[in-house]
Design a protein around this ligand. Structure first.
Ligand code: GLP
Length: 246
């Protein structure tokens, strides 16, 4: 049985607001929530909304965060690193305590060990209450590219050429995009208690249709979410464009 919920909203602003509502509701119910957070262009509007709501009183002082992924080999102060992104778009604007922020360490000398410890740390806080996801045009979630085993946990992964190309816009040259990343695995994502996936724009329409209405297959990582008991897709009309609504 497919439990997936799909909410089609008008545009990017509506997508961001609805996602922020879900985060805010959770934090009001459970101030000590553990949040899983993505990067990319998709969640920027959500983070802007959360910053606004924090200025209006939303409290992050008891929240713990785990980011999904980080490029290997980029220091935290590299402008294209996800450490830097999170700082710029969210963390420096809200009151989440430094020691409760977790991002895979892209500069770790032993990346495999860093991944193992990351997974342990997530388990140590009792798992992630709400994981927010974006989606790659090839259906990847986190940096879990097509063919990633559904049983994978946080690990060192190789980026697909399509992902390198898509993310080149954040770097000076395409050759500067790291070829590897530390990413929570598919199983780490499926273990989260609740998942919300965000997608906007026509470029995501094929991946969204395949993830929601295609077969559950490792060839399209996001399709695994059909098997999650509490997963909501929030997509704008453009990203919903290829969905069959019979
Ligand atoms: C990267 C990230 C993903 C993200 C994807 C889509 O590859 N690792 O977590 O979902 O890009 O990015 P965007 O939101 O910019 O389309």
């Amino acid at each position: 049985m497919i439990d997936l919920q799909v909410k089609v909203v008008k545009n990017y602003a509506e997508m961001s607001k609805l996602a922020a509502d879900m985060v805010a509701d959770l934090l009001k119910r459970k101030p000590t929530s553990v949040l899983g957070l993505p990067t990319g262009s998709t969640p920027i509007g959500l983070y802007e909304e959360l910053v606004k709501r924090h200025q209006e009183g939303l409290d992050f002082s008891k929240v713990t965060t785990f980011n999904l992924d980080e490029y290997q080999g980029l220091a935290a102060d590299h402008p294209a690193s996800y450490h830097y992104y999170m700082e710029e778009h969210l963390f420096r604007h809200i009151n989440v305590p430094r020691e409760k922020i977790n991002i895979p360490d892209g500069a770790a000398a032993d990346a495999i060990e860093a991944c193992r410890m990351y997974e342990e740390k997530i388990a140590g806080v009792g798992g992630i209450d709400l994981m927010i996801l974006g989606i790659g045009t090839n259906g990847h979630i986190g940096f879990n590219e097509p063919k990633t085993p559904f049983g994978s946990t946080t690990n060192l992964v190789s980026l697909a050429p399509a992902t390198i190309e898509a993310n080149a816009r954040f770097f000076e040259r395409e050759e500067d995009v790291p070829q590897r990343a530390l990413s929570m695995g598919i199983k780490s994502i499926m273990n989260c208690h609740k998942i919300v996936l965000l997608a906007n724009g026509e470029a995501k329409a094929k991946a969204i249709a395949a993830a929601i209405q295609g077969p559950v297959t490792e060839a399209l990582p996001a399709s695994v979410l059909q098997l999650h008991p509490d997963c909501t897709f929030i997509v704008d009309e453009a990203a919903a464009g290829d969905l069959d609504n019979e």
